[in-house]
Write a protein that binds this ligand. Structure first.
Ligand code: SAM
Length: 244
């Protein structure tokens, strides 16, 4: 939908370069100064999503040398620990402010990180502009910015970049009304609540099925104010080969 003064995506970019950047940097940070109860709760929920995504990714094999695309990387909450595990990380975000903060944090956290630890390659890029092939594509808590009709195309695109795995987290539709009431100022305006798009697990699964991918594992993370479905999908061909 076109908005006065720009498309949805322009509004999201503008938000995450300004108010949203400050707000989410605080939420994803470590300091408790000026962080309210709701924000602390979201920090906790999000950290569980990151932790669980890393567990999913590490399961069965080390991440050393595995190429990972972190699509919509924010401040690097996932890209940095993955790099520490030896993954070759390409991390991008629509917001230049987010990317520069992620790079700053990575330089601080990974400086002299030891043998086999490479700095993630950071890039300012929207999801649509991503290209190339990666072993694994991860996209955490970004689909909330995609309306239903665009989410399917985005899931197809992300799957096309991944050779083996796609890990996604998204706020489930089940909690729709409740969430809208609570999300308030955490999403881009002008009508902030209308800017948070929730997705049903079955819609996401259907989008994956259409391109020959299936959900291999799933999880659900929730705290008081944070809800996320976390799924790991793989191409059906790979699953059939593994079962044979
Ligand atoms: N994935 C990160 C994490 O879990 O820590 C950040 C999640 S944050 C709620 C959402 C991020 O998605 C923001 O950094 C925002 O700039 C980014 N984003 C929103 N729309 C995007 C798009 N179309 N392409 C790339 N990034 C986008």
């Amino acid at each position: 939908a076109q908005e006065v003064g720009g498309s949805d995506k322009d509004v999201v970019r503008e938000y995450f370069n300004n108010t949203g950047f400050e707000r989410w940097k605080k939420i994803y940070g470590e300091s408790t100064d000026g962080v309210n109860k709701v924000q602390l709760d979201i920090r906790l929920g999000h950290s569980k999503t990151v932790e669980n995504a890393i567990l999913m990714l590490k399961d069965g094999r080390p991440l050393t040398g595995v190429t990972v695309c972190d699509a919509g990387c924010g401040t690097g909450s996932l890209a940095i620990p993955l790099a520490r595990e030896g993954a070759i990380v390409s991390a991008s975000d629509i917001s230049a402010a987010m990317v520069s903060e992620a790079r700053r944090q990575a330089e601080e956290a990974l400086d002299g990180g030891g043998e086999g630890v490479a700095m993630p390659a950071f890039q300012v890029k929207d999801l649509e502009g991503l290209e190339g092939k990666y072993d694994t594509v991860v996209c955490l808590d970004v689909l909330i910015h995609y309306p239903r009709e665009k989410a399917e195309g985005m899931i197809t695109h992300l799957a096309s970049l991944a050779e083996n795995r796609l890990v996604l987290s998204f706020a489930p539709k089940t909690f729709y009304y409740d969430l809208l009431k609570r999300l308030g100022e955490l999403f881009p305006g002008p009508s902030k609540a209308t800017r948070a798009y929730l997705h049903s697990e079955s819609d996401v699964e259907r989008a994956l099925k259409k391109v020959g991918w299936s959900v291999r594992r799933r999880g659900f993370i929730n705290t008081q104010f944070y809800f996320a479905n976390l799924i790991e999908a793989a191409p059906d061909s790979a699953m059939a080969a593994a079962a044979a």
